[in-house]
Design a protein around this ligand. Structure first.
Ligand SMILES: Nc1nc2c(c(=O)[nH]1)N[C@H]1C(S)=C(S)[C@@H](COP(=O)(O)OP(=O)(O)OC[C@H]3O[C@@H](n4cnc5c(N)ncnc54)[C@H](O)[C@@H]3O)O[C@H]1N2
Ligand code: MOO
Length: 419
């Protein structure tokens, strides 16, 4: 096995395969951050990237408030179980403050302002009430069940940094501060086209040797999931001049152009030639990645170019890795690694050493707990296993063969699937 491993490695290394990290930084080197900002209402902020820091204008909570339904009282150095207090009034959330006479308690509900003089709230479960009074059944201490003004957020502190991708949690924080609008970066504009004489758009008639383009709809969907505006460049035939024309046209209107197909070594692989003919610059990559070995990265003036492989699973994996690195730069964000967890593989998986491999996999429950099962092994052109999978497993270059029970990193599609 060792001899076979060494042979596999020595085959790959002279090929000059670069690591995923090197490929991502090569791709990212052709991108620079979009500078334009715009103001959007909070209801349109989801998925957008903050352009400026957000400072708090209010302490949160804005006043001392009750954390429980119960009774507000003055505990001082502590009120023992058995202490009896008259109920002097009632305050629900949103009510004006009521006076609290010394030695009394005030019926109080969660979220209500703590009245002057009170320093604790006793939960209603910890009293016996009746005839307008309460008897404590537990010791009550000063500070019990009170949310203090500013304990969450202090006025004037920086709450969110530029580059933060706004999700529901950030919307909640901005809303709690009373912000109606927020300043975000302009959406990234991505032009997407497919190359290949064999490809047809949905609705077109298929010939004997043609089939429907699935990459462009997939990349459009992925780009939209990541919050970009998309320009659909259609299908372009395998002709370097035609592809160059389409690239020049998109370069005038987009921050990033993504093509699929034509990045390998075949006679009809024209991405690099077309990029140069369009006045661009760039390089062909050969990455220690399976699927997704070939790729072209570059730029036409200020527009970044990403040429992804034609095989659909390869296109998807390359987009998740290279696409996310480029988008992070364009959008002024930190590139986030795909989220994931380690899970055991439920079966052995034989493979060659040398490349990082991503494979569609589903989560299964076995007698020994949660595990993953690889689907449609090795098929970088197969869509059905991809659609049936819960995510991708990542196998490291030197992990071969993979034994049953070996732990692999599993990246679920639902989190981190948009880049
Ligand atoms: N001699 C070699 N041949 C190949 C190598 C290699 O190293 N040496 N690499 C293989 C790998 S790995 C991949 S991945 C592909 C990448 O090829 P291209 O990016 O040049 O893509 P094409 O040849 O144009 O297409 C590959 C495959 O994918 C189909 N395809 C293309 N576009 C679409 C689309 N929009 N929707 C659906 N399917 C698409 C295309 O018909 C081909 O079947 O090269 C290997 N070859
Ligand atoms: O690496 Mo290709 O990208 O196997 O499908």
């Amino acid at each position: 096995m060792v001899t076979e491993s060494l042979r596999a490695l020595s085959c790959d290394s002279p090929d000059g395969l670069i690591s995923i990290e090197q490929a991502c930084s090569r791709a990212a080197a052709y991108a620079s951050a979009i500078q334009e900002h715009e103001e959007v209402s909070l209801s349109h902020a989801l998925g957008r990237t903050l352009a400026l820091p957000v400072k708090s204008v209010l302490p949160l909570p804005p006043f001392h408030q009750s954390a429980m339904d119960g009774y507000a009282l003055t505990a001082g150095d502590g009120l023992p179980s058995g202490a009896t207090l008259a109920i002097a009034g009632r305050m629900a959330a949103g009510d004006e403050e009521q006076p609290l006479p010394q030695g009394n308690a005030l019926r109080i509900l969660t979220g209500a302002r703590i009245p002057q003089g009170a320093d604790a709230v006793v939960m209603q479960e910890n009293v016996v009430s009746g005839s307008g009074r309460i008897v404590l059944t537990r010791m009550v201490r000063s500070g019990d069940n009170i949310r203090r003004c500013g304990e969450d957020v202090q006025a004037g502190e920086v709450l969110l940094q530029p580059g933060e991708r706004i999700d529901a949690r950030h919307v909640a924080l901005l809303a709690a501060q009373g912000y109606e609008r927020t300043c975000v970066r302009r959406r990234v504009r991505i032009g997407i086209l497919s190359t290949g004489n064999e490809l047809r758009s949905q609705g077109e008639r298929l010939t004997e040797a043609s089939f429907f383009d699935s990459n462009r709809p997939m990349i459009i969907a992925l780009a939209r999931q990541s919050g970009a505006d998309v320009l659909d460049g259609g299908i372009v035939r395998d002709d370097p001049q035609l592809i160059a024309g389409a690239l020049s046209d998109l370069a005038r209107r987009c921050d990033l152009i993504v093509t699929t197909g034509g990045v390998s070594v075949g006679d009809e692989d024209h991405s690099m030639t077309a990029l140069l003919a369009a006045g661009g610059r760039g390089e062909t990559l050969r990455i220690a990645l399976k699927p997704g070995k070939p790729g072209v990265v570059g730029a036409i003036e200020r527009t970044t170019y990403l040429g992804l492989p034609g095989n659909p699973v390869a296109a998807l994996v390359s987009w998740l890795l290279l696409g996310s690195a480029v988008l992070a730069i364009l959008d002024g964000r930190q590139a986030r690694p795909l989220s994931g967890m380690r899970l055991p593989l439920m079966h052995a998986f034989n493979r060659r050493l040398g490349r990082t491999e991503f494979a569609p996999a589903r989560v299964v429950q076995t007698d020994r707990g949660t595990a993953v099962e690889i689907l449609g092994r090795g098929g970088s052109a197969r869509l059905k296993p991809l659609a049936a999978a819960d995510g991708l497993v990542r196998i490291e270059p030197l992990h071969a063969p993979v034994a049953e029970g070996d732990e692999l990193m599993f990246h679920p599609f639902r989190d981190g699937f948009s880049v």
